[in-house]
Design a protein around this ligand. Structure first.
Ligand code: MN
Length: 318
């Protein structure tokens, strides 16, 4: 991808803003001074002084204003010390500053909605940029923030989204597949997709936000045509170890939120997340409005919430 980052004085950025006056975008990007789109590239200038050029013509466009800061060494590698061991022993030193694919999933504990898994590739030279765009542990970010960051980074980094919709989820679950295996298959496929997208470039590491023991993960993948197993590492809380996992998590949450919005539209009311009492009430309402047969396309049927919702319905009908 043709991304260039420049570090400029605010006076220069204001000069740029005048220069691109006719091409300014009415876009509210967090922390930005302006965003503009020329025939050559997208330009976003930040209050910090960083200016991002994205697109095929970004090098020549950026050349009008200064020379690239090039690859900025990352200082995040110290986080690696806090991680759990992996299939290949400890994480490689300095993994946080490597060009890496990260992957994470969302929705496994939610009664309503799919499982979404995203693998994303972040080159080491794009790490400062992603920080600038607000990418960090998605647990610290609300939905609104997730959406605004995701909308920007989806055009900046290569990624693959796998969505296991409720109908399909319920079907494979009934056939006896564990959620762990579903996740392993989805992570593996997402990672393979990204490897293909970025080829011939190769990541220095692949980091999966750990959901099972690595040995179990690879056990789940036995019999698959292709398995990404070179330079694969696992860690819990991997979002804090490499921004690629944090970015993957944000994109997976964005996809999940969008899906829940679609379900809400179909239901005619706002669908709640999680697996608490509020989802029992919502599912009961859905059954009363649309009949029980609509459930498989909305929820994960094997959750205990299904019986609780039916109990609520029965009480109301008696
Ligand atoms: Mn995770």
């Amino acid at each position: 991808m043709g991304n260039v980052v420049l570090n400029l004085e605010m006076s220069k950025i204001n000069e740029m803003k005048n220069y691109y006056a006719k091409q300014l975008l009415d876009k509210n990007i967090p922390g930005s001074v302006f965003a503009a789109k020329t025939s050559a590239c997208m330009i976003t200038a930040y209050k910090s002084g960083k200016v991002l050029f994205q697109g095929n013509g970004s090098e020549s466009e950026a050349g009008k204003w200064g020379s690239s800061t090039g690859s900025v060494p990352s200082k995040t590698s110290s986080a690696a010390g806090k991680t759990k061991s992996t299939a290949k022993g400890d994480l490689p030193a300095g993994i946080g500053g490597m060009s890496a694919i990260g992957s994470d999933e969302v929705g496994t504990g939610d009664f309503f909605g799919p499982i979404t898994v995203v693998a994303a590739y972040v080159r080491k030279e794009d790490i400062p940029l992603l920080k600038e765009l607000g990418v960090r542990d998605s647990k610290d970010l609300n939905d609104e923030k997730i959406i605004s960051i995701a909308k920007v980074i989806k055009d900046v980094i290569p990624f693959s989204l796998m969505t296991l919709k409720n109908e399909k989820y319920n079907q494979v679950q009934r056939s006896g597949m564990s959620q762990g295996k579903m996740k392993a298959l989805l992570h593996n496929q997402a990672i393979l997709n990204v490897l293909e997208k970025i080829s011939p470039a190769k990541p220095e590491a692949i980091l999966i936000d750990q959901f099972v023991q690595p040995s179990t993960y690879f056990q789940h993948l036995k019999g698959q045509k292709a398995i990404a197993n070179k330079d694969v590492y696992f860690s819990t809380k991997a979002e804090g170890i490499h921004l690629a996992v944090a970015a993957a998590s944000i994109l997976a949450r964005y996809a999940f939120i969008q899906y829940i919005d679609k379900l809400s539209e179909a239901a005619g009311f706002k669908i709640p997340k999680g697996a608490g009492a509020q989802v029992d009430v919502a599912a009961a309402k859905l059954i009363l409005n649309k009949g029980r047969e609509c459930l498989p396309s909305f929820v994960k049927l094997h959750f205990a919430n299904t019986d609780k919702a039916i109990a609520i319905v029965n009480k109301k009908r008696n």
